[in-house]
Design a protein around this ligand. Structure first.
Ligand SMILES: [Zn+2]
Length: 104
């Protein structure tokens, strides 16, 4: 079922429809270094890209991204396995001929 464009838009929950969000940012000194001080600044809401509303289309995009990950579980698993190998500091070694014969 195709939804009519613009009919299903929701007020952004991040900025409450304002399009801008206030956040804490480190104060930068004259030479561009971050200081220990922080200030409240206004910035464009990233959730709705400053529009104040979220449409169904963007929700669909998020769901499609999720579905893609679900569709390739073995790739995610392999990545996890590779990461675990890297973290253990061990390099997988090829089995010697003797070991290969024993396991037959
Ligand atoms: Zn927003």
């Amino acid at each position: 079922m195709a939804l009519p464009w613009g009919e299903y838009t929701f007020t952004c929950t991040d900025c409450h429809g304002d399009g801008n969000v206030q956040y804490v940012q480190a104060v930068v000194d004259e030479i561009g270094d971050e200081t220990d001080e922080a200030e409240l600044v206004w910035g464009k809401c990233e959730d709705c890209r400053g529009e104040g509303t979220v449409s169904v289309a963007s929700i669909y995009r998020a769901l499609a991204e999720h579905a893609k990950r679900e569709a390739y579980p073995e790739a995610v698993e392999q990545a996890h396995a590779d990461f675990a190998t890297l973290n253990s500091g061990e390099v997988p070694q090829p089995r010697t001929e003797a070991q290969a014969l024993k396991s037959r």
